[in-house]
Design a protein around this ligand. Structure first.
Ligand code: ATP
Ligand code: MG
Length: 423
């Protein structure tokens, strides 16, 4: 059978590669894909992005199942349109995707269903937002309501910084429509983790846990990025905390969405802040897999992903199980010159190591230009490795990185530092 993965990042390369391992799968189309999915055995790029053209393609090619990687097409209603055309697709509807596409929607939802999260208020008026910040004091977090590709959140250390963020979003329209409403919330402290589950509207099946690294530079310094690396599992999620998150966050979210008349199916990503006492609060929901978390998570998956997705579409995830490689995995992102502000394109990439069972390079911002692999986006590659310990996985990834070259290559040398500290 033929499958379709929508998207072009490292997450989609890893998803398509994983799905292609399934014995039932003949071919995985990736739309539009990247320089890695262009050459990976079993995958084929299709140069499409507009939803109606994807629907027509899936029909014409008799695609068995479509999996949507990024949030933008989900928020635009790709799942509704595929379903209306009678096509099998895994992801939330446009209404359900509001858990990510509107932070105000997500906060109101969490309050309504008693899901632990930071205290908040939502504003469209800059003067009211400023007055709230004066009353609350700093540190405080200012978030654009809509999708802003990771650029919509300011963790303000001072009231002055919070005011500047409010003004640039509400008055300066820096983020356009996405910043026309802002959510202002209490600044939480603790350690973050990514908790991702598959949902079928009624049941949730957790994937392995992971931890992302949002900042550009070592020591968690510098600007926020889409994510510079991740590892799995995240030891901060102990078995006790895992059980609590399922009970206090995931189950109430699924039940709440069903009760509100918008049952949630698809990947659901809860970004958590875990305090010193093991209390987890939800920082945000994403309506998709994380990037780069997907890369280290999926290299540990031993079960057939297509089989699990079939359960999700049938509403029988309660009867599905996943088996994981007991080893630790890590993914280190290699980013382009100028990332995240103005990534440069067109730098030739050399020295990519051949994939082996312990190390595999997933592509993101790459493409093949006149027969050469060149950079074509901010996050270029994600070098993903497995090892008996985080330390071993990490050395393997950095050994592979030492062979890879492109002008302006930037990467963090401390991916996994929190996990290492716990051992
Ligand atoms: N209430 C909070 N307290 C402390 N830090 C926060 C809070 N909310 C967000 N952050 C920090 O800001 C980061 C981004 O916030 P959030 O996840 O809501 O934004 P996003 O743009 O949706 O992110 P992503 O690109 O991961 O989807 C978080 O990973 C966390 O580090
Ligand atoms: Mg988000």
């Amino acid at each position: 059978m033929k499958l379709l993965v929508v998207g072009s990042g490292g997450r989609e390369h890893a998803l398509a590669w994983t799905l292609a391992q399934s014995p039932r799968v003949q071919k995985v189309f990736v739309a539009p894909g990247n320089g890695g999915t262009a050459t990976e055995p079993g995958l084929e790029n299709v140069p499409l992005a507009a939803i109606p053209t994807l629907v027509a393609f899936a029909k014409r090619e008799n695609v068995y199942l479509t999996v949507v990687g990024p949030e933008a097409p989900l928020a635009a209603g790709i799942v509704d349109q595929f379903r209306a055309a009678g096509l099998r697709v895994f992801g939330p509807t446009r209404a359900a995707a509001q858990l990510e596409s509107s932070k105000d929607f997500a906060k109101r939802f969490m309050v309504r269903h008693s899901i632990p999260t930071a205290r908040h208020a939502t504003f469209t008026s800059a003067s009211e937002a400023r007055a709230y910040v004066e009353r609350e004091g700093a540190p405080i977090v200012v978030k654009a309501d809509g999708l802003a590709a990771g650029k919509g959140v300011v963790v303000a250390a001072t009231v002055e910084e919070a005011r500047a963020a409010i003004d640039s979003m509400l008055l300066g329209q820096r983020l356009g429509e996405a910043g026309a409403r802002v959510v202002i919330e209490e600044c939480l402290v603790g350690e973050e983790a990514s908790f991702i589950v598959l949902c079928d509207g009624a049941h949730a099946l957790p994937l392995a846990t992971s931890q992302d690294h949002k900042r550009l530079l070592d020591g968690d310094l510098g600007p926020n990025t889409g994510g510079m690396g991740a590892y799995s599992p995240a030891p901060v999620i102990t078995p006790e905390i895992h059980a609590r998150v399922m009970r206090e966050v995931i189950q109430p979210t699924l039940q709440g969405m069903a009760k509100d008349g918008i049952p949630y199916s698809g990947f659901l990503y809860a970004g958590l802040m875990i305090d010193a006492n093991g209390n987890a609060k939800t920082l945000e929901f994403n309506c998709r897999l994380g990037d780069p978390e997907t890369q280290p998570i999926l290299v540990r998956l031993k079960s057939d992903l297509l089989g699990v997705l079939d359960h999700a579409l049938a509403g029988t995830l309660d009867r599905a199980a996943t088996e994981w490689d007991r080893r630790t995995s890590i993914g280190v992102v290699l980013a382009a010159h100028g990332y995240p502000e103005e990534p440069r394109k067109g730098d030739p990439i050399a020295g990519l190591p051949a994939a082996n069972p312990d190390c595999r390079v997933f592509h993101a911002g790459t493409r093949i230009e006149a027969g050469r692999l060149v950079t074509h986006g901010g996050r270029v590659l994600c070098v993903t490795a497995l090892g008996d310990s985080l330390r071993v996985a990490r050395s393997r990834a950095y050994e592979a990185i030492a062979q890879i070259r492109f002008d302006g290559m930037q990467y963090r040398k401390d991916i996994g530092h929190r996990g290492l500290k716990r051992h």
